[in-house]
Design a binder for this molecule. Structure first.
Ligand code: PMT
Length: 420
């Protein structure tokens, strides 16, 4: 078993009951969990619930006369391998971001040197508030990891982003961070025999290089050609692979979303920049995933100055083919590299995807019918089919993160069957 020590911080939101499930799952994975609650959290779940299930004192107030340790925030914070906050309210995020230490949990955050992971849950408007997003950006810059909230029906009966991520994904991401952390308090993260129960790190030892988002091809200094890729699918791939123990490098073009902080992202805006960034990093990779929507053509001669209309009714742009990054990676592949492409299609989806698999010499192709609602560009969900030379599997609509796990499963299966 893992024997990691986790400080679980619970704050006052309706999703506080989910923290009980997170604690149980972490315990199943062999972690020792100590719980700290804010005063408001105790309005939603009784400390006794956590106390009975963790067999340990639950601290709400440092100064409570019943608290056996007068400097609990220091002792607690220095004996954990991870401080995990589930759920995190906008209020606790604001306090952490500003160094406020007015209760046990906020003092613990300040006194801790352990990695911190925050799983927020709140109403969509509160989540989207510039103040909340500013605080999150500040915490990310401080090295705090976030388990992004998902979209769904919220306690206030509205539908939008702000729902706590699934317990399974929170625990996966927490375990992945622990295993990648440099100095676990109890057991070496390098220990290959580490057993984290049901949260399998079945991609440990793999290094994923993933292209994400859309590229932007300059026409002149103010205009460009691009596409609707948000980066959601590619970042979901990165997060799924990292959560399962893989080392991950992302080469990202233009994206509408950000990845979680523990993903290493290199920005490359045009197809040729992306091509260069991939070429420079390919030799370390064991799996290449082309999830980006790379422009197939770019203006042949981008103007140095803004092109003037000069009364012209039409304008002709000469385009030239961009480097096909995926095809080149497959043709130059080194031993052991698995090459996965995506195919965004609107008709004859499987036929065209299979033809890409063959022409580009891919190991796996993930087809998405981008004409279907809930699939493809900018959606939070996708409808995918996973093809190899001798198999094809169709999946119904699911969150992009779940679809990414299906692709990871296919990569593991391919590795088992083909050894590369
Ligand atoms: O980012 P999202 O909003 O979440 O949307 C996800 C997505 C629809 C962009 C994604 O799921 C997807 O399908 N990505 C590939 C889109 C695409 O451009 O497909 P394609 O059929 O044009 O290209 C086929 C493959 O070749 C892709 O793996 C692409 O990354 C790669 N390619 C294409 C052209 C090029 N010059 N270089 C490449 O590497």
């Amino acid at each position: 078993m893992s024997n990691y020590k986790i400080g679980l911080g619970v704050t006052g939101g309706i999703a506080a009951y989910k923290a009980v499930e997170v604690m149980r799952a972490l315990q199943k994975a062999g972690c020792e969990v100590r719980v700290a609650m804010t005063r408001h959290a105790t309005e939603f779940v009784q400390p006794l619930t956590f106390r009975a299930l963790s067999d340990a004192e639950v601290i709400v107030d440092d100064y409570d006369p019943e608290n056996s340790d007068p400097i609990a925030h220091v002792n607690f914070s220095q004996n954990i391998d991870l401080l995990l906050i589930v759920p995190a309210t906008a209020n606790i995020i604001a306090k952490f971001a500003n160094g406020v230490a007015d209760d046990f949990l906020t003092s613990t955050y300040l006194a801790s040197t352990a990695p911190v992971m925050i799983a927020p849950a709140m109403n969509t408007t509160m989540w989207e508030q510039p103040a909340t997003q500013r605080n999150i950006a500040r915490l990310r810059a401080d090295g705090v990891h976030f388990v992004e909230p998902i979209s769904g029906e919220l306690a206030c009966k509205t539908v939008g982003t702000g729902k706590l991520e699934d317990v399974e994904n929170i625990v996966r991401q927490a375990m992945s961070l622990l295993v990648q952390s440099p100095k676990p308090k109890v057991q070496s993260s390098d220990d290959p025999s580490i057993d984290i129960g049901p949260w399998t790190l079945d991609l440990t030892g793999e290094h994923f290089l993933i292209t994400v988002g859309g590229t932007r091809e300059a026409i002149d200094p103010v205009r460009f050609i691009s596409n609707h890729s948000s980066g959601k699918m590619g970042f979901a791939m990165a997060e799924a692979a990292a959560a399962r123990g893989a080392e991950v490098t992302v080469v990202a073009g233009v994206t509408a979303v950000e990845p979680s902080t523990h993903i290493n992202v290199v920005r490359a805006i045009s197809a040729s920049e992306m091509h260069k960034a991939v070429s420079e990093r390919l030799s370390d990779a064991t799996v290449f995933v082309g999830a980006a929507a790379v422009a197939d053509y770019a203006p042949a001669n981008a103007a140095d100055a803004k092109i003037k209309k000069d009364g012209r009714e039409t304008m002709t742009l000469e385009l030239k083919k961009t480097p096909d990054i995926l095809a080149e990676v497959a043709s130059r592949r080194h031993d052991g590299l698995i090459v996965v492409g995506f195919a965004a299609e609107t008709n004859k989806v499987i036929d065209y995807a299979r033809s890409k698999l063959e022409k580009k010499k891919l190991d796996i192709v993930v087809a998405n019918d981008v004409s279907k609602p809930g699939a493809g560009f900018n959606a939070d969900t996708n409808i995918i089919s996973i093809l190899t030379a001798d198999s094809a599997e169709d999946f119904s609509i699911m969150p992009k993160r779940e679809a990414a796990d299906k692709v990871c499963d296919a990569i593991i299966k391919f590795r088992e069957e083909h050894g590369r």
